[in-house]
Write a protein that binds this ligand. Structure first.
Ligand code: NOJ
Ligand code: CA
Length: 694
């Protein structure tokens, strides 16, 4: 009933009267025109099924609060593109970029606006372009008014709108039930807090319609603009763009010519197609980094989980830095980033073909870094007295292990900006080719947000600076990715979501969490989730804390959650207790020629296989939510006529994420392209398989 009323209202409001144009690729069709008020209106369908009903486009500008109506249609241009390109690293070797493009030229008085639409086989992207013009030069966006009018009360996997963090657990509900106030009231989770708009959600937003269409809304190529969140009209199922404001409430400061990020709608009747979509990458610009031969995906271990779980500390001293500054630091005896301990991780990496070691808490400032909203906590070049940079870097080099730098900014982006060259020169001098950055806390400049235009520009500046120094980047607490890894292939990964670490310092991540992430956060790019915890209980002094998966599922995550910088997050001693299972982490690559999504349902399960870059080896990862299930797949992707040795790492008898998470079994089989593989997954469980030609 609602659906019918909603459609009717929308048709009345957006009755398109002028210059209606249609573009189509495969079954995806987009229609655009102007309504009676001169407002641009678009709609999207898949075959005969509506995906986006007629929806408004436009802006409120400081210069014209009605820059969404009164437009005159000046004409269109069309273009067809079909090309194939190769990413520097990724889930597949070749990416086909095939679309129909339509550019609509609009005019309002002396002001011009173009809207560029691209229709792909698996969805649509569109962006606004402000051409060079006399009527708009420097101007301010008060609001972007883009809408996505949906055809029903879809099932939605969402996190609340928040200008500063996306480290939320997912809620699955109908669109009509999006209600952040109730969520906050009902939740004890440390990350769940009052949202600026009680009916707002973040993207990538994953939805499923009652008749089985899968729908994903996000954005591509977020540069020079603020991130888009979505206000949900819970009665009419209309989503409206809500840009993250700056300190004084403006949404973006622009200078024509300017093109906004792409708004993306990916759609299919198969969940697997959503995960296989390359549309967001395709909408991004080709690499701006000319020489890329220094960019190497790698696995790493790190002096990290021991601090997350309280065994050690980032800080060197027990006293706040403000107390000891000038008076010398007093060692607490718990400082993890000490030379001897770091060498232990280097030894483990060297012995186990893990390419790199991350060390956090190596530089002065951690005594006083958290929550104090202080500007100059870190200088990024001064090690604690027990961290011998020279000895560590030469020791690592002698063992063929790379070191990963850590630059926590504690949200003070201005401080980082000022010291960035010094920080990267330090990396260059000591041979660090990767950096993990962090933005915990409130942003300085004060009043700016993690996802606003100022910070969006900052993250890109850091990626560019890193490229200049040939450093690979992994950003924690940045805005969520939008496919910019195509343009900056040294920007390998981001956190920008709720990682495995929440199992250390909160009630953790529900078993379904990792079945939702690929459909949401990872649609924009790789995530530094930090998988590979083997000691799943008893790692924390806080009673009841545990990782909400089995051990086999931790292995599966190396395949299902793609990242070219992939951590083996647990302590060396916990791996030493299970070296037979660790073999999978040793073997699994971080760069791929091919990827196939064999089974998928958001919130429930997924099974993915990937072929190692330049090799004939295949790796499978299967995960389930809190429900046990039997994974059942055909191995038809294997080369015909070849035999493979398959090693299956699976949940052991009686495995269960809650009561018996660490029991696993390893089985070796000979398989070929005619084989079928059936593996039982425990509640919260998973399976990982390596297949290597005999
Ligand atoms: C939060 C990051 O997600 C985590 O990985 C890091 O250890 C801490 N901040 C400290 O920088
Ligand atoms: Ca984090």
């Amino acid at each position: 009933m609602y659906k019918i009323i909603a459609c009717f209202c929308l048709l009345l409001c957006f009755c398109v009267v002028e210059a209606q144009e249609t573009i189509q690729t495969g079954k995806v069709k987009l229609t655009v025109g102007l309504d009676r008020e001169g407002t641009p209106v678009y709609s999207v369908s898949l075959g005969d099924r509506p995906v986006v009903l007629p929806s408004r486009m436009g802006f409120a500008l400081k210069e014209d609060s009605l820059f969404y109506k009164g437009f005159v249609w000046k004409g269109v241009e069309r273009r067809t593109v079909d090309e194939t390109w190769q990413p520097v690293w990724g889930e597949v070797r070749d990416i086909r970029n095939r679309y129909e493009e339509l550019t609509v030229h609009l005019e309002k008085g002396d002001r011009l606006l173009d809207i560029v639409f691209r229709v792909f086989e698996d969805g649509v992207g569109f962006r606004y372009v402000f051409p060079r013009q006399a009527g708009l030069k420097y101007f301010v966006v008060s609001d972007e008014l883009t809408q996505f009018a949906l055809a029903g009360d879809h099932k939605t996997f969402w996190i609340p709108g928040d200008y500063d963090t996306n480290e939320y657990p997912y809620t699955t509900s109908k669109l009509s039930q999006v209600d952040n106030a109730s969520l906050v009231a009902a939740s004890t989770d440390i990350a769940v807090r009052v949202a600026p708009d009680p009916q707002s959600v973040q993207t990538p937003l994953m939805m499923k319609t009652a008749d089985g269409l899968y729908l994903n809304i996000h954005e591509a190529g977020l540069v020079g603009y603020s991130a888009m969140q979505l206000h949900v009209d819970t009665k009419r199922f209309v989503l409206s763009a809500e840009l993250v404001p700056d300190a004084v409430g403006n949404k973006a400061y622009l200078h024509a010519p300017f093109a906004t990020p792409w708004r993306t709608v990916i759609v299919s009747d198969k969940a697997a197609d959503i995960l296989a979509s390359k549309m967001i990458l395709n909408l991004n610009e080709p690499s701006k980094v000319v020489r890329t031969d220094w960019i190497h995906p790698t696995k790493f271990v790190g002096v990290w989980w021991e601090m997350q779980t309280g065994k050690g500390t980032w800080s060197y001293s027990d006293y706040p830095d403000s107390v000891v500054r000038g008076g010398g630091l007093v060692p607490s005896g718990k400082h993890s980033a000490n030379t001897a301990n770091v060498k232990r991780y280097i030894d483990f990496a060297a012995a186990n073909r893990i390419g790199a070691v991350l060390v956090e808490g190596w530089n002065v400032g951690w005594e006083d870094w958290f929550g104090n909203w202080k500007e100059n906590v870190f200088d990024f070049v001064t090690p604690y007295p027990d961290f011998d940079v020279k000895e560590i870097t030469s020791y690592a080099a002698s063992k063929g292990v790379a070191m990963i730098m850590h630059n926590e900014t504690s949200g003070s982006a201005t401080n980082y900006e000022r010291q960035m060259d010094t920080a990267f020169r330090f990396m260059a001098n000591w041979g660090y080719h990767s950096v993990k950055t962090g933005y915990v806390g409130k942003i300085i400049p004060r009043g700016e947000h993690h996802d606003g235009q100022w910070m969006v520009d900052h993250y890109v500046r850091v990626a560019e600076k890193a490229a200049q120094y040939q450093v690979m980047l992994d950003a924690h607490e940045p805005v969520r990715p939008t496919g910019l890894q195509r343009t900056y292939p040294n920007w390998m990964a981001c956190e920008a979501s709720r990682g495995n670490e929440y199992n250390a310092f909160s009630n953790g991540n529900a078993p379904e969490h990792e079945t939702i992430l690929p459909f949401t956060r990872l649609m924009g790019g790789p995530m530094d989730y930090t998988p590979g915890i083997f000691k799943l209980r008893g790692y924390s002094p806080v009673p009841g804390r545990q990782v909400h998966t089995t051990l086999a599922k931790q292995l599966a995550l190396y395949v299902t959650l793609y990242s070219p910088l992939q951590m083996a997050a647990d302590l060396p001693e916990n791996y030493s207790a299970h070296m037979d299972a660790f073999q999978f982490i040793k073997d699994v690559p971080v760069d791929w020629d091919d990827t196939k999504i064999l089974e998928a349902e958001p919130g429930d399960y997924l099974t993915i296989v990937r072929k190692e870059k330049g090799k004939e080896n295949w790796f499978l990862g299967a995960v389930t939510d809190e429900q046990a299930r039997t994974m059942s797949v055909s191995l038809g992707f294997l080369a015909k006529g070849k035999k493979y040795k398959a090693i299956i790492y699976k949940d052991g008898l009686g495995a269960d994420w809650k009561s018996n998470p660490e029991v696993y079994a390893i089985e070796t089989l000979t398989v070929d392209s005619g084989s079928k593989l059936m593996v039982k997954l425990a509640p919260g469980g998973g399976a990982a398989v390596s297949m290597v030609p005999l």
